[in-house]
Design a protein around this ligand. Structure first.
Ligand code: LIP
Length: 264
C-alpha cells in the first residue's frame, strides 16, 4: 500500500461504520418534514449534516495534520493527505426511505485518490479500495473479498449507468442516454455516483458516466475503481476537484469508445 495509507485505512473504516450507523438511526420516513430542500431535486437531510460532523471530528482527532473536504461543510483544511467525504451519497434515495445510499470516505494524496471506504448499510455492503505503491499491489474488496472489473470491451455488450443531477440540463442528459443506448448498451440509473462506480469495480456494471459530478461523490469510488483494475478520466488533473466536472469510469477496453460516444 502507498505510504501513509496503512495507518489511515482502519480509522477510515471504523469511522465510516459509525457514520453509517448514525445515518441508519436518523433515516427519515419518506416525506419527513426534517428534510430541507437544498435545491430542485437536491435534498439535504439533517442526517447529512450530523454524519459529516461525526466524520470530520473523528478524522481531525486521528489525523490533525490532514486536510478535509466535505459536501456539507466544504473545504475545512488543506494538507498533503486530504480526506474527501460525502456523508450520504444517494441522498435522494435516503430521503425517500430507499436503500441505495452510502457513506463515502475518500483520501487524496497529492491529488490522487489513494484510499476509499464506502459503507452502504442497508445493502450490507462495504467497499474498500487502496492505491498501490508505485501502481503495484493496488486492490479493492467488497465485504473483504477481492473484486475485479468486467472484461467488456464493446459498448454493444455493455451495461452503463448514466448519473444525473439538476446541475445538468435535462436535454443534455437525455441526449447522453440516447447516444449510449444507441451504441447498443443497456442503461441504468441508481442515484448514487459512489455506488455506481463501485458497481463498475465489482463487474456489475461496465461504466459509469456523468456530465457533472462533485469530487466528494467520487473520491472514494475512484480508489475502489483503480484498485479493481478500472480506469477513469483524470477528474482532478482536469481541474474538476474544486467545482466538479465530468466523470467516465469504465473498464480499460471501453474507455476510448465511451469518450467518443459521450463527446466529453
Ligand atoms: C448524488 C451523486 C450522483 C448524482 C445524484 C446526486 P448526493 O450525490 O452521487 O452522482 O447522480 O443526483 O448528486 O447528492 O446524493 O450526495
Amino acid at each position: 500500500m502507498r505510504h501513509g495509507v496503512p495507518d489511515r485505512l482502519p480509522v477510515a473504516a471504523t469511522l465510516a461504520r459509525r457514520a453509517a450507523e448514525l445515518a441508519m438511526a436518523m433515516r427519515p420516513m419518506a416525506g419527513d418534514p426534517g428534510i430541507r430542500l437544498k435545491g430542485a431535486q437536491d435534498w439535504v437531510t439533517e442526517a447529512d449534516v450530523a454524519v459529516e460532523r461525526l466524520l470530520a471530528a473523528g478524522l481531525a482527532e486521528a489525523f490533525p495534520q490532514d486536510g478535509f473536504v466535505g459536501e456539507e461543510t466544504g473545504t475545512a483544511r488543506d494538507g498533503a493527505f486530504q480526506w474527501v467525504v460525502d456523508p450520504i451519497d444517494g441522498t435522494s434515495n435516503y430521503a425517500r426511505g430507499g436503500g441505495r445510499w452510502c457513506v463515502s470516505v475518500g483520501l487524496l494524496h497529492e491529488g490522487e485518490a489513494v484510499l476509499g471506504v464506502i459503507d452502504a448499510p442497508v445493502m450490507r455492503e462495504v467497499f474498500v479500495g487502496v492505491a498501490g505503491a508505485g501502481g503495484a499491489d493496488a486492490c479493492a474488496t467488497l465485504n473483504g473479498m477481492p473484486i475485479r472489473i468486467s472484461r467488456t470491451t464493446e459498448a454493444g455488450r455493455a451495461m452503463v449507468e448514466c448519473g444525473w443531477s439538476p446541475r445538468v440540463a435535462v436535454a443534455d442528459y437525455v441526449a447522453l442516454c440516447g447516444k449510449v443506448a444507441g451504441a447498443g448498451a443497456m442503461l441504468r440509473a441508481g442515484g448514487s455516483g459512489a455506488l455506481g462506480i463501485c458497481d463498475v469495480a465489482a463487474g456489475r456494471l461496465d461504466a459509469y458516466l456523468e456530465r457533472h459530478i462533485n469530487l466528494w461523490d467520487i473520491a472514494a469510488g475512484l480508489a475502489v475503481l483503480h484498485g479493481a483494475g478500472g480506469v477513469a478520466n483524470d477528474f482532478i488533473g482536469a481541474g474538476s476537484g474544486a467545482l466538479g466536472g465530468p466523470v467516465r469510469a469504465s473498464t480499460p477496453g471501453l474507455a476510448t469508445e465511451l469518450a467518443r460516444i459521450a463527446g466529453w
